[in-house]
Ligand binder design. Sequence first.
Ligand code: SF4
Ligand code: SF4
Length: 396
Amino acid sequence: MVIMSWFSLLSKRQRYTLLGTVVMMVVIVALGLRATAAIEEPSAETFTTEMPIRQIAPEIGVTGRALARELKLDLDVPKGKPLKTLGVSEEQLQHAVEHLLSHKDTTLKYFVYVALSLFAVVFLTELGRPDGSDVKERKSWYPRAPYLLILLISVIVCGFLLGKSPNPMEGFVKVLKSAVGLYPDPAIKMLAFLFFISLVVVGNKVICGWTCPLGALQELIFSLPILRRVKRVKFRFGITNTVRALLFLVVLLLLFGIVGGRKGFVVYHYMNAFDLFNLGFDPITIPITIVVVLVVALAVYRPFCHFICPFGLVSWLAEKLSVARVNVDQEKCTKCGACVKACPSEAAKGRVERKKLPADCFSCMRCLNVCPVDAIEYGVRKRGLAKNADPAEASG
Ligand code: SF4
Ligand code: SF4
């Protein structure tokens, strides 16, 4: 068993680090539970059509315009009139409020994200490779079991147990929605987005690679030992990134009303696969997106992240700043292609070839135990060492 042989090779320092990390994770989650207990969440049943938009919207953390939009009313409808005088039924109101509340962030989940990301960064930088072990023992490095366990926790806890919000994609989309007046607190939305970005910068996209529930679900599905031959065929990053960027552009044009003339229209709402975690399957485009993404993920590495997710796009740019990441030692590298073959996307290829803008790296570790000359490692990037420097930096 790889996990046993890895554990037996760990030094005393590493075992203490592992123990300390697990203790810290428990403390972080306990703090999260405490913080959450102090917050009272509103429930949809407390609102009636006797109330005006002005009274309901702040209670559920949206602007009057956002609630009006959800109720399919004109955005400039009078916000002080009882909803029933505007023709809104109790059922419509419940549906709208439930949907808006489903986007409300669960405070505890921020803490869980931090705890899981902490484990990811420590495992990647300190534990995956046992101290003093030789390259001949590389097959025992970076065992998959701890990674798969964290992915499973992400799906169950950050997904199904705590619901879809907050998640990195919404973290970004809510900033955009604030810009068109759909949220009353743009500064808080920006802070939430910066929280997610900071988890990209600390360890190369660990929030996507390890802790985003949708990313984790796709990673688990892709890890199933089936369709191995099909998996070897990789989409060109130029293609996936162009699709992702063009979709983002269309979203912006529609959101700001530059096209379509309906400010506040959010295309991602119709393809939000995170709705799976709330078992929310309305409109019909959502279950279609979920099924397509999960089926395609059997053979294609993280289709939602590569083709759709706007946070995937922005974090691909932010990962250029990441502190801990995959580093290729260009002096040692013989260009044998072992890591390129092991990588499920073009990320390793881009790093070996020192591309200026290599593909997204999800810190999945597949490349970290295959190099026969020990030229690839996960660690703090080496500033100022031209030979070892990050390819993007070296050629930029
Ligand atoms: S890119 Fe993937 S992993 Fe990252 S936020 Fe989007 S869905 Fe989640
Ligand atoms: S295999 Fe590819 S995506 Fe995974 S860590 Fe290595 S370079 Fe990144």
